[in-house]
Design a protein around this ligand. Structure first.
Ligand SMILES: [Zn+2]
Length: 71
């Protein structure tokens, strides 16, 4: 199981860190409790700013909030 999980919602994403309980309701890439570090064109790291846990993600998983920012 990933340390940080992303749950798609109708609008945006819910990010949950299972290591420390940090959560954020994200509607854009301007995150307050997590940070996205782009590794390549289609992969990145999602990091919890509270406990520094990190998981590698496919950037398309962020499409709901990436598109919100672009639009
Ligand atoms: Zn955490």
């Amino acid at each position: 199981m990933d340390t940080i999980t992303l749950t798609h919602k109708v609008q945006g994403l819910t990010l949950i860190c299972r290591q420390c309980g940090n959560t954020e309701e994200a509607v854009s890439l301007d995150l307050g409790r997590f940070r996205v570090e782009r590794l390549s064109r289609d992969a990145g790291t999602l990091r919890c700013l509270n406990c520094q846990a990190a998981v590698t993600i496919r950037l398309h998983e962020l499409d709901p909030i990436a598109f919100a920012r672009a639009g």
